[in-house]
Design a protein around this ligand. Structure first.
Ligand code: SF4
Ligand code: SF4
Ligand code: SF4
Length: 326
């Protein structure tokens, strides 16, 4: 059964391409493995038949619109629309070249949580209605011995962490919407779960930080999926001067993640794409969610809500909280 959002996205995309209003529609298609959706660029009305909406649309499509000069339509839920706004503000996109197909979002599921809940057995199919928020899903597949299984899981138990606490599920800019708006609270308290280590003393915090990043293999998938990381030459690739070594030595890994997180401060929408992309299951939102919380609570700034708003770390105000700014 094709879900309503998928039908509406395909219809909107077909119409835009057939009428010549855009050159390309950037959306999602089914991934090559179960529990994955992947970015897909449709250039013709016929190609729109491959567009989908599912609970695994976890990549951030703003990344694929960034820097383009042709007329693009982007399928955008709340977080992606905010990143589009950020890119407009940073002059990586022109609003007049952008058409937003807005998708009210009920949150994405976490492939790893599904795998954990099914005890590592291979899940071949997941019946899942992305129109439904906290319902149940059916997973089925086989284990290593060839024994097949079918199980029911509660959707909230396998939701992506950031989607569980998301506060902006409806698109903040949209040229058309494919469904009625959803309620804005996802269920979890963002302030309670953001920055899980801020209550620890310095020693424990460092130990937690070291452990969080110890398996990073420096593949840069987190950087490459993030719409904020568009520098032509990333600081990690600079050789003169070399800001950061390229090895997997803990000091190099930690430097990469700390610097990248600070580059995202005041711009990160907590979209979760970096964690979804990571092949190692690294929880890099443990850094970015702390920065998101600080920016929100210190300056009242939610990145990407308004394409005109200056990010706090790019501006100065006489009442800035830190003395050394004055
Ligand atoms: S962060 Fe919010 S808008 Fe983005 S996918 Fe999750 S629930 Fe949807
Ligand atoms: S740092 Fe991660 S959560 Fe933040 S905008 Fe980039 S991909 Fe999204
Ligand atoms: S995607 Fe994961 S493994 Fe790759 S660089 Fe980022 S944190 Fe490290």
């Amino acid at each position: 059964m094709m879900h309503q959002r998928t039908q509406a996205i395909r219809a909107a995309a077909r119409k835009l391409l057939a009428q010549g209003r855009v050159d390309v529609v950037i959306g999602y298609t089914q991934g090559t493995i179960p529990l994955r959706a992947q970015p897909y660029l449709a250039y013709t009305p016929e190609e729109c038949d491959r567009l989908i909406w599912s609970s695994f649309c976890g990549g951030n499509l703003a990344t694929f619109a960034s820097g383009r000069t042709d007329r693009v339509a982007v399928v955008a839920q709340g977080c992606v629309s905010r990143n589009l706004n950020g890119l407009i503000h940073e002059k990586r996109l022109r609003r007049e070249n952008l058409y937003v197909i807005g998708v009210p979002c009920l949150g994405m599921l976490d492939q790893r949580k599904v795998e954990t809940k099914t005890a590592g057995r291979i899940v071949a199919t997941l019946e899942n209605d992305p129109e439904e928020d906290m319902g149940e899903i059916t997973v089925s597949g086989c284990d290593a011995a060839g024994e097949c299984f079918t199980e029911r899981l509660k959707r909230r138990d396998v939701k992506r962490d950031n989607c569980y606490t998301c506060m902006h599920r409806n698109p903040v800019i949209a040229d058309e919407m494919v469904a009625e708006p959803v309620t804005e609270t996802a269920g979890g308290d963002i302030n309670a779960v953001a920055a899980p280590w801020e209550r620890f003393d310095a020693e424990r915090r460092w130990a937690e930080f070291t452990k969080t990043f110890e398996d990073c293999i420096r593949c840069y998938a987190c950087r490459d999926i993030c719409p904020l990381c568009y520098c032509t030459t990333c600081f990690t690739d600079e050789s003169d001067p070399q800001w950061c070594g390229k090895t997997q030595d803990p000091a190099d890994v930690q430097t990469f993640h700390i610097l990248r997180a600070f580059h995202c401060a005041g711009r990160c929408t907590d979209c979760g794409a970096c964690e979804t992309a990571c092949p190692q299951g690294i929880r890099m939102r443990r850094l970015t969610s702390k920065l998101e919380k600080d920016v929100r609570t210190l300056w009242g700034h939610d990145p990407g809500m308004d394409s005109e708003a200056e990010p706090p770390l790019a501006t100065y105000r006489p009442d800035d909280p830190q003395e050394h700014f004055k």
